[in-house]
Write a protein that binds this ligand. Structure first.
Ligand code: NAD
Length: 247
């Protein structure tokens, strides 16, 4: 598969696993995007390159539209090809109930998870149109969009509900151009996001609760993402795939 795969938030967790596995799955050129964790991004890029792929390291805070625009300006100088986008960068706030959801916190969650994802998609589709070789998008939602995450982070859950809806609308809007848009909804996945949300032992406490009795791995999410991006999923668009062990 020739083309350029753009993975946002590829310095850690699901994004890093996706970029690494993409190099094994035949994507020869991979944009390893990161927000702050340069070292994590460099580690991902090293794996991509050890597989013979070409890694492009880009820093951009996805909550800053100008930073996203700068990244895509530089990307437009790269040799054209089919574009894959994994709209993965995301955050959770600390576990809290409604009274503690300050406007500043909610704004930040939506700025990264929703406004950032929309702007990244907008820029990526501009690149796809400019290069004329088509493309596919996978948005990373969350099972929280279905469950609501009460007393944890309803703001995060609502932001992922927006990602589900964005996926449906963009899929319909872009299908006539041959651009497929899908999403995955990870459940409890073993990444550092739980510690960043203030509950480092979350998986020890509730990792056994999905029907499959265990948390998922970032690689299990990456498998689903890469299948949705691939030609093996050529008739799949507007789908939201749960990767949640039955949760
Ligand atoms: P993670 O914290 O390991 O990775 C998140 C990535 O997003 C990191 O690379 C981080 O640098 C990047 N990022 C965060 N804010 C950013 C910003 N402002 N600008 C640029 N990059 C930024 O977490 P993860 O679990 O790998 O999460 C990846 C995606 O999966 C997120 O969208 C998350 O909501 C979703 N998700 C995770 C789980 C889970 O249980 N781990 C469950 C459901 C959904």
């Amino acid at each position: 598969m020739s083309g350029l795969l753009i993975v946002t938030g590829a310095s850690a967790g699901i994004g890093a696993a996706t970029a690494r596995m993409a190099a094994f799955s035949g994507w020869s050129r991979i944009v390893v995007h990161y927000g702050q964790d340069k070292q994590g991004a460099e580690e991902t890029a090293a794996v991509v390159e050890s597989m013979g792929g070409q890694a492009y390291l880009f820093q951009a805070d996805v909550s800053k539209p100008k930073a996203i625009a700068r990244m895509f300006e530089k990307l437009s100088d790269i040799k054209p090809g089919r574009v894959g986008l994994v709209n993965n960068a995301g955050i959770v706030g600390k576990n809290a109930s409604l009274a503690d959801l300050t406007p500043e916190r909610v704004e930040k969650v939506f700025a990264v998870n929703v406004f950032g994802a929309i702007e990244v998609a907008r820029q990526a589709v501009g690149l796809m149109r400019g290069w004329g070789a088509g493309g596919a998008i996978v948005n990373v939602s969350s099972a929280a969009a279905r469950l609501g995450a009460p007393n944890m982070y309803v703001d995060y859950a609502a932001s992922k509900g927006a990602i589900d809806t964005l996926t449906l609308g963009l899929a319909d809007e872009l299908a006539p151009e041959g651009i497929r848009v899908n999403a995955i909804r990870p459940g409890l996945i073993a990444t550092a996001i739980h510690a960043k949300g203030g509950v480092p032992d979350r998986l020890e406490k509730i990792g056994h609760t999905p029907p499959m009795g265990r948390p998922g791995t970032p690689e299990e999410c990456a498998e689903a993402i890469l299948w949705l991006l691939s030609e093996r999923a050529s008739y799949v668009t507007r789908s939201i795939l749960d990767v949640a062990g039955g949760r």
